[in-house]
Design a protein around this ligand. Structure first.
Ligand code: SAM
Ligand code: SF4
Length: 344
């Protein structure tokens, strides 16, 4: 949906923090910088020819920074850059430098598939990046090729190795398990993370794949994965967190290795959701599963652009947020756009 831009109002209440009608304070923005990707993961993209957004339709780095600059006084503090594959966006380090220098941005992170990480990590760290999540679903090249439908595991591994050499960079791994493809590798992946002493988080497969092939049978719950890990690492102790917006339920082994479980399907954490999302083509969303979007690109580019117009759109987006899963019914209804088009 492309709502009408509200006329400039005299209302100067836009310094107010973002609290939705369920009392959730919003502090986090996920920014997708591209819908392109160099992989075609089964759980995300189609393997058929795709028409991506032409560059002119993507928000420029200046436009993204402008949105962040307006959101920070409203309480947004955490920015995660994602995609598609964010490292495919040319000169991404320039965006990192721009956003990391905005006063009030406390936390700036990237989620990447790692393919281009080895060659870009130095520039990204120099630009101010301090947190990165690398997706790693398998340690076998043959499985990688089936799951991601492209080659590239060696490059991902080189990217992880390069990233872990920077002490100032916190590296985490994200793993998505599909029952029919990589379930047998859970312990091997866990040992790999434990050897590197970096946290590994398991994300449940959500019905956000472009091919609409999601099924409960293919998804593996966080609980099932935790039980598997306990068979190797002993009882996992849940880490107490006061942060209810944290999507991951984190556990530690006796040796202090952290494993997290993002169980969006079996244990939704919507009650603590503090996130808004900005798509690469400039649409603001209040939920991954939202059926509605608010266009920021047009008002950002309008000759008569005013901050008030943009604040009105932020408010409209937040006030339309449902309690769970983007709909009044609260059940997982796939949105029109797939994960790579929204930004994971
Ligand atoms: N290309 C980057 C990557 O793969 O890390 C960033 C974008 S990707 C959409 C971000 C995260 O979303 C990845 O960790 C991926 O595993 C996850 N993801 C993609 N499709 C998903 C789905 N259908 N359900 C749950 N997580 C998904
Ligand atoms: Fe690309 Fe990431 Fe989607 Fe895989 S999960 S297809 S790497 S955007």
């Amino acid at each position: 949906m492309t709502p009408q831009v509200e006329p400039v109002s005299d209302d100067k209440t836009h310094g107010q923090p973002f609290v939705d009608r369920f009392g959730r304070v919003h502090t986090s923005l996920r920014v997708s910088v591209t819908d392109k990707c160099n992989l075609r993961c089964q759980y995300c993209m189609p393997d058929t020819p795709i028409t991506f957004h032409p560059t002119a339709e993507l928000l420029t780095f200046e436009e993204i920074s402008q949105v962040v600059r307006l959101l920070v006084p409203r309480g947004i503090r955490k920015i995660r850059v994602t995609g598609g594959e964010p490292l495919l966006r040319r000169q991404l380090d320039r965006l990192i430098a721009m956003v990391s220098s905005i006063d009030g941005v406390d936390d700036l992170a990237i989620t990447t598939n790692g393919i281009l990480l080895e060659e870009q990590v130095e520039k990204l760290v120099a630009a101010g990046l301090r947190r990165i999540n690398v997706s790693l679903d398998t340690l076998q090249s043959s499985t990688f090729k089936v799951l991601a439908r492209r080659d590239g595991l060696e490059r991902v591994m080189a990217g992880i190795a390069a990233a872990t050499r920077y002490q100032e960079l916190s590296v985490k791994l994200n793993t998505l398990i599909l029952r029919d493809i990589n379930l047998a590798e859970v312990l091997e992946l866990a040992r790999f993370a434990a050897d590197l002493k970096i946290p590994l988080r398991f994300i449940e497969f959500m019905p956000l794949d472009a091919e609409r092939a999601w099924s409960e049978q293919r998804m593996v719950s966080g609980t099932e994965l935790r039980e598997r890990l306990e068979s190797e690492f002993g009882t996992l102790l849940q880490v107490d967190t006061t942060d209810s917006s944290q999507p991951s339920a984190d556990y530690v082994t006796g040796d202090g290795q952290l494993f997290g479980f993002i169980s969006t399907v079996t244990e939704p954490f919507c009650g603590g959701c503090d996130r808004l999302r900005l798509t690469a083509d400039g649409k603001l969303r209040n939920c991954l599963f939202s059926q509605q979007e608010w266009d920021l690109r047009e008002p950002l580019r309008a000759a008569a652009r005013t901050d008030e117009n943009l604040h009105s759109l932020f408010d409209a987006c937040l006030s339309a947020k449902y309690f769970a899963h983007g709909s009044p019914q609260s059940h997982l209804q796939p949105p029109q756009r797939a994960m790579y088009q929204i930004g994971g």
